[in-house]
Design a binder for this molecule. Structure first.
Ligand SMILES: [Zn+2]
Length: 256
């Protein structure tokens, strides 16, 4: 399988979730600052969307695809998504969990700015690949992995009922309710801590408020194309924070 890394940008506090208007502004700013290509870009035909993941073919028309969770059958559905989207485009998926994905199959062909500080050393810059993604959950996306521990308790602080959404989402895996299903108390991830590990030194975890649990995330999905020590560039982070009008905290997730 090999080691894969995902750089997450998560809201502070984790319970903060940008509005649809802020999401649209975020996508607009990512286009303006040349982190993603807009539909109609003359560079789109140069991107090899038919290579790599079969999901990437959904991005051929606009540079972006949407992945929707279909809870009942535990599978996902993908289709092309306009970039930048209109208010109506987002309103149409407001009641769903979704990921918006911009596959950058070849950094060289795309002409885009790399969003991380260090490129993979053993890969020709032309061939560097990654996805930029926006994750959106109606309930909290409860991320736990080899680098991110679960919370010590997954129970409501008021009544001890479980906050776990019973069936895992095909898109996001485990989720926690925004409101306790038994007593209705609001759950705020930032009121708990989760240990987060550095992959270079995974002996001591660093306690992080809210861990990686949020309804919104911006992700740079590196897959196997990564470099140790890379972090989101100041320009990428600043562009995203300004657009969604909140602080975003970089968190590294990975699978080994
Ligand atoms: Zn409760």
């Amino acid at each position: 399988m090999g080691i894969t890394f995902t750089h997450l940008l998560l809201p502070v506090p984790r319970s903060h979730t940008p509005s649809h208007a802020e999401l649209i502004r975020l996508i607009g700013r990512l286009v303006e600052k040349e982190f993603v290509l807009p539909a109609g870009s003359t560079k789109l035909p140069r991107m090899r969307y038919d290579e790599g993941s079969i999901l990437n073919q959904n991005a051929a028309a606009t540079g972006c695809y949407i992945q929707l969770g279909r809870k009942a059958v535990h599978v996902t559905k993908e289709r092309s998504f306009s970039c930048p989207p209109s208010v109506q485009d987002l309103a149409a998926v407001a009641e769903r969990d979704f990921k918006l994905v911009w596959p950058v199959i070849s950094l060289g062909a795309s002409g885009l700015h790399y969003p991380l500080t260090l490129m993979p050393q053993n890969v020709d810059p032309e061939d560097v690949c990654y996805d930029i993604e926006i994750h959106w959950g109606r309930e909290y996306i409860y991320r736990a992995s080899e680098l991110i521990e679960p919370f010590a308790s997954e129970q409501c602080a008021a009544c001890n009922a479980s906050l776990n959404v019973p069936s895992a989402s095909a898109l996001f895996g485990n989720q926690l309710y925004r409101h306790c299903p038994a007593c209705g108390a609001a759950f705020r991830p930032e009121e708990r801590t989760a240990l987060v590990y550095n992959p270079k030194d995974n002996t001591t975890g660093c306690p992080m408020l809210g861990g990686a649990t949020s309804r919104f995330a911006l992700a740079i999905e590196c897959g196997k194309c990564w470099e140790y020590g890379a972090v989101p560039t100041k320009e990428f982070l600043g562009t995203c924070e300004e657009a969604v009008n909140c602080r975003l905290e970089p968190v590294l997730d990975g699978a080994f």
